[in-house]
Write a new protein. Structure first.
Length: 164
């Protein structure tokens, strides 16, 4: 039904979509039922978890950037708000329960196949047992002076003040 994030057929009636100018841009439109496809950006969330001069990182077990380190993170589902989505992602990836705090910053998603926004939040561990899960193959605390910069999957940590 989708090719590179753009519908080719109407998800409601199955009719082939046509490219038409609607709402200020050329978009896929169904001439049969009037459906207009808006290619919405993805929303991702990540957790900066600091404890005793250490940072919690996960090693990605899936592409993109499989084998590289990242903060616990993931995409917000259509029925979620950002903070509860991040609580879910932290638990899925690390086995830990967390409380999500303030928004630290936002970044563009640096992926040529996806447009979107990455929200970086501060988070604090409230319980659970540290263990890799979901789409990671290792989870580990790193001293702040030993962050594996050359093996970081995404650039969001660079430039942040981690010595709070």
């Amino acid at each position: 039904m989708k090719a590179r994030g753009v519908y080719r057929y109407c998800p409601y009636c199955g009719h082939p979509l046509e490219r038409q100018f609607r709402f200020g841009a050329v978009r896929p439109v169904c001439p049969q039922c009037g459906f207009v496809h808006f290619c919405d950006p993805k929303l991702a969330v990540g957790a900066l978890i600091l404890q005793e001069n250490r940072i919690l990182l996960v090693r990605r077990g899936v592409v993109p950037r499989k084998g590289y380190w990242a903060m616990p993170s993931g995409f917000v589902e259509c029925d979620e708000q950002p903070r509860p989505a991040l609580v879910r992602e932290i638990q899925e990836e690390t086995g830990l329960a967390a409380r999500v705090g303030r928004l630290i910053d936002l970044f563009p998603i640096a992926d040529p196949n996806k447009s979107g926004i990455f929200l970086l939040f501060e988070a604090h561990i409230t319980g659970g047992t540290l263990q890799p899960g979901d789409d990671v193959d290792e989870v580990r605390w790193f001293p702040l002076d030993a962050i594996p910069w050359e093996r970081m999957a995404f650039p969001q940590l660079r430039g942040l003040d981690l010595n709070r």
